[in-house]
Design a protein around this ligand. Structure first.
Ligand code: F6P
Length: 382
């Protein structure tokens, strides 16, 4: 049977994650096997708006991608073309819906399908474009592991490994100095990265957004260890964690909240470390891991997962299944509708993020990770 699909485009949007290039490679290779031409929009939705794209060619630009960090076609972080910041000549700022320009670009260029590689914000726009008639297939990327309906996003495994290695190093210096060492990890409003890093790195305390913490409970854990002769403690704190009587720590709000990913978290590690010093008199230091968690080469696991995601995405396009997110569920590749992915966040152009409508996957209290953390005697701050 002849393919209905002839020409497809990929975009990578939001914060980068290890495995993006491996997904691109898998899509391009599966496309070649099936006689489909592949293109990449430059810098995510921004490239779609500016109609800026390149042909992805396995002989030249799309070669050697399996192990390469970042994304060869670039990404943009808080571009919301449905509510796009335009600075007029007189310096005034307006927010405009420019999505029709993008839709026209796709029509004019003759793309039969758009692959959107990104997290919840990217998939929200993907669903919004699907309502405008664009044939979209999403692929769930993020080190935060918080995309709804999939058990694991690509990039997460690498980020956990990086954090675990950092924790190994923090361990020896903590022990030598008898310090309370805090390590702040990313993860936005979900605690997957903090919890898995803490378990992999043998931390004593893990603080995650899903469980607002009581500082006294953290201090009790430190003291309990000291009473057993352990004069150091390791605390992993998620950037989105907050105390019971306080709020999340925000570094910056971008574009007056109009972007897709407009709130930059960060600073809870320093706050926690200062609070511990003030309340106990013990020496405490914070290390914020930051962008090392999402840079560099993907782990072997992420290379395989990314390849599965990329091949499956192109297979779905060949089967004529659109407006879906590729998922990895119960050990199998599958898909769900983009409508299900956005959940209650129905308004076209609305931002994703920490609103009651946003549909991200948080750590459920009955999951194995929570149980084993407690089995190990790890404090979760409650
Ligand atoms: O979503 C991925 C992520 O790395 C989060 O863990 C973090 O909060 C955010 O991106 C940082 O984004 P930015 O690149 O805008 O600083």
């Amino acid at each position: 049977m002849e393919n209905k699909i002839k020409k497809v485009a990929i975009l990578t949007n939001g914060g980068d994650a290890p495995g993006l290039n491996a997904v691109i490679r898998a899509i391009v290779k599966t496309a070649r096997t099936n006689g489909v031409e592949c293109y990449g929009f430059i810098e995510g939705y921004k490239g779609l708006l500016n109609n800026n794209y390149v042909k992805l060619d396995l002989q030249t630009n799309a070669s050697g991608l399996l192990i390469k960090g970042g994304t060869i076609i670039g990404t943009s972080n808080n571009t919301n073309v449905f509510n796009y910041k335009v600075v007029n000549e007189d310096g005034t700022v307006e927010y405009k819906d420019l999505s029709d320009v993008c839709v026209q670009n796709i029509k004019d260029d003759g793309f039969d399908c758009l692959f959107t590689l990104g997290g919840d914000g990217t998939q929200k726009s993907s669903r919004d474009f699907s309502l405008k008639g664009v044939k979209c297939i999403g692929v769930p990327k993020t080190i935060d592991n918080d995309v709804a309906h999939t058990d694991q996003t690509f990039g997460f495994d690498t980020a956990v490994s990086v954090a675990a290695e950092a924790l190994d190093r923090i361990h020896t210096t903590a022990e030598s100095h008898h310090r309370v060492m805090v390590v702040e990890v990313m993860g936005r409003y979900a605690g997957w990265l903090a919890l898995e890093s803490a378990i992999a790195g043998g931390a004593d305390v893990a603080l995650i957004p899903e469980i607002p913490y009581d500082i006294n409970s953290v201090i009790n854990k430190i003291n309990e260890r000291r009473s057993r002769g352990k004069e150091f403690s390791i605390i992993v704190v998620s950037e989105g964690a907050k105390p019971k009587d306080g709020d999340i720590t925000i570094k910056a709000t971008l574009d007056q909240g109009a972007g897709l990913d407009n709130i930059r978290l960060g600073g809870i590690g320093d706050k926690l470390s200062n609070d511990i010093e003030r309340l106990t008199g013990y020496t405490s230091r914070n290390t914020t891991l930051g962008y090392v968690q999402r840079g560099g080469t993907p782990s072997a696991y992420d290379r395989i997962l990314s390849t599965k995601y990329g091949c499956k995405a192109m297979e779905l396009a060949l089967e004529g299944i659109f407006n879906v997110l590729v998922t990895y569920k119960d050990g199998k590749m599958s898909y769900v509708s983009l409508e299900d992915v956005v959940g209650a966040n129905k308004v076209v152009g609305a931002a994703s993020g920490n609103t009651k409508e946003s549909n991200i996957r948080k750590v459920p209290m009955d999951c194995d990770l929570i149980k084993i953390a407690r089995d190990l005697g790890m404090s979760l701050g409650d």
